[in-house]
Design a binder for this molecule. Sequence first.
Ligand code: ZN
Length: 471
Amino acid sequence: MRITFYGGVGGVTGSKHLVEIGNNRILLDCGFFQGHRREARELNSELPFDPALINAVILSHGHLDHCGALPLLLKRGYTGKIYASAATRDVAEWILKDAANIQKQDARYMNKHRIQGAELAKPLYRLSDIGQVIKRFVAVPYARELSGWFNLGPYAPGVQIKFYDAGHILGSSVVVLQAEEDGKQVRLAFTGDLGRSNTPLIPDPEFIKEEVPTLLLESTYGQREHQPVKEAVEELVRVVKRANETGGKIIVPSFALGRTQEIVYVLHKLTDEGRIPRIPIYVDSPLATHISDVFMEHPEDYDEESWKEFGRRGDLPLSFRNLDYIRTQEESKALNEIPGPFMVISASGMCEAGRILHHLANNVEDPKNTILITGFQAEHTLGRRLVEGEKSIRIFGKYYAVRAEVVVLNEFSAHADSSDLQNYAEQVNGLNRVFLIHGESSQAEGLKTNLLAKHPNWQITIPQRGDSFDI
Ligand SMILES: [Zn+2]
């Protein structure tokens, strides 16, 4: 077996790993790079392998940095299927449609500001390309719903997979892959992105039950320990109370998928319990609104806890009286004119594009306001600059002084922390080879040190982009 890491290494975006096993070439994830705009564009427009030679694609979950390059893969000659959970397929559909729209807007903007004679910017794919991608999906049930392995069939003969819930976002999966090679059975597991235990709405990560010698383990928070969610909830209560007293606005950049639904859920509970005042809350992201609909369609993948609390009363976890889903651009703009207190949750989660930029531009200079960061912010993004406490930020070519309070609540993160990751690896029977992926180098190095201290016999590698390994 040979593994080549084409993305989602040395950083958190662009997840793409090619596994060559027997006569099969299996691609794990096919994600977009994000961050520095020009660099990301360049990386995304190249596929460093021949799509026509891939037998099967397995998708861990529907975040853009894991599925964003799928339309390109098809356009450049991929003829096989895409294996994912049913919820991942539905999530990916909206994420890809949104990505096509953003590329269209970006191309329009770049062409408007183009230097004379420069080449016209073109989107890598369009809305009309997405339907064909979705048709290629094959829904794979979680191992808990299936007896035995799932066969990839004639496209990848002899290859079998099992999905465990990764507890990261709706539909997220840990993939275990097995195949015969030279008369021997070979196995490998890929965590995709791993979630935390005891978070609302999404189930806890499920451990792998098979013996697996080789693990591709994410390391986003490889050397960071999260505080308990309870403390983040207290901080959230403080932020809402402060806004209520000062008439301030709370601006929440949020991944349309994952954080938005969890925060809405927590706010719903806190409001019901009378712990926070009933200030208006707006989810201003068409994508988040669609994704919340996907949630309602897949209650089977919810955490039991959420159903116990809300299901029986006929109450829905993701809707309540003072919560509004904003659909049109006019409604979104109208929020600029309304006085606080209120909260607006808007995408993109790393403040790279979308309506959040308008909300930041309009509100970041007022000390009454709060910018509430709830998810991981990659290097070179506007969100990361806010987290690092920069006093002046640039939005649409204009500088703004950061006077609003910036509050970071990593505890709502959909990513496991250092000890969760270590524990996850330790639960895998027969493990001896670990590749640390999906982390900035300091995080991956930190995790490597911790793992080696307890398991000196494990071979642990932090691969770089383009590295291949024979196993
Ligand atoms: Zn993810």
